[in-house]
Write a protein that binds this ligand. Structure first.
Ligand code: ADP
Ligand SMILES: Cc1cn([C@H]2C[C@H](O)[C@@H](COP(=O)(O)O)O2)c(=O)[nH]c1=O
Length: 271
């Protein structure tokens, strides 16, 4: 049974596509950038010194939920969305499946060498937009981050020989520019640690049309990168401390684990 209707470009998506000339899909108006030095309002640890920061960012905690494809991130966010004082931001997958009537996610899975750069450029833009959007609650929980898009997905395409070196270089230049010049505060990473096989089973159950071509080996390489980054820490630096939640369990047990970890997760807002 499919848990999601297999409709990458269904009626609603086509409607959005026709509306494209009336305005951009990104909420440009929600971003207020200021020079942190000019305001003297440095973030803890002075990490944003000299960078552009979002106004009023100091009072909010940002928690990123990380994990392999279909590891249960959205389900976890749905659970916490029922809590007051927590704002939940899911990944903008709908945009990746429909930008002005095109489906870069589907194109990438069909032909990664040709379309990987296209998808990942758009992922980078939309994730940046997510990070910079105004926060409406004391705690923000968001699905993945600008960092995992680069360190996991771009890296995986490149290392597996599915992204030309020039595309990787251009994406890396963009990423380095963004992270050097714009403050992207993350207070905690919650890693839902699963086996690739669990994700493969859940992926088949979810049945997203574009992802039907994903073999177990793909999930294994994504898993390895996540482990190197967040567990072994042999890869690139971490933008925040990591809380690991084993996530191979059934839904009931997972909800119990989330409740058990609630205080640790929300402690990020007292840092
Ligand atoms: N603990 C769980 N046990 C079994 N199925 C799950 C569990 N958590 C999520 N699922 C199901 O697995 C699929 C992927 O979950 P989802 O939350 O969408 O993952 P992600 O957002 O990480 O891709 C969905 O069909 C969801 O209903
Ligand atoms: C961030 C990111 C994601 N993708 C792909 C991987 C999946 O097919 C979807 C996201 O779905 P999930 O269930 O939330 O994992 O998008 C990608 O190809 N590149 C990326 O940077």
């Amino acid at each position: 049974l499919c848990a999601e209707a297999p409709s990458p470009l269904g009626a609603a998506a086509r409607h959005q596509g026709t509306a494209r000339h009336r305005g951009t899909a990104l909420r440009a108006g929600s971003v207020r950038l200021i020079q942190s030095r000019a305001r003297g309002g440095m973030r803890r640890g002075d990490v944003s010194a000299g960078k552009l920061v979002r106004n009023g960012v100091d009072k909010k905690a940002v928690i990123c939920i990380e994990g392999n494809i279909a590891s249960g991130k959205t389900t976890c966010l749905e659970y916490f969305s029922k809590t007051s004082n927590i704002e939940v931001l899911t990944e903008p997958v709908a945009k990746w499946r429909n930008v002005r009537g095109h489906n870069p996610l589907g194109l990438m899975y069909q032909d990664p060498e040709r379309w990987g750069i296209t998808l990942q450029t758009y992922v980078q833009l939309t994730m940046l937009d997510r990070h910079l959007s105004s926060i409406s609650a004391p705690v923000r929980m968001m699905e993945r981050s600008l960092f995992s898009a680069k360190y996991i997905f771009v890296e995986n395409l490149f290392r597996s020989g599915k992204m030309p070196e020039v595309d990787y270089a251009v994406l890396s230049e963009w990423f380095d520019w963004i992270t050097t010049n714009i403050s992207i505060p993350v207070d905690l990473i919650v890693y839902l640690q699963t086996s690739p096989q669990t994700c493969h089973d859940r992926l088949k159950q979810r049945c997203r049309e574009e992802e039907k071509v994903i073999p177990l080996e793909y999930l294994e390489s994504i898993h390895k990168l996540y482990e190197d980054w967040l567990i072994k820490r042999t890869y690139v630096s971490l933008p925040a401390p990591v809380l690991v939640i084993p996530a191979d369990h059934d839904l009931q047990k997972m909800l119990h684990h989330y409740e058990e970890n609630r205080d640790k997760i929300l402690a990020a807002s007292y840092l």
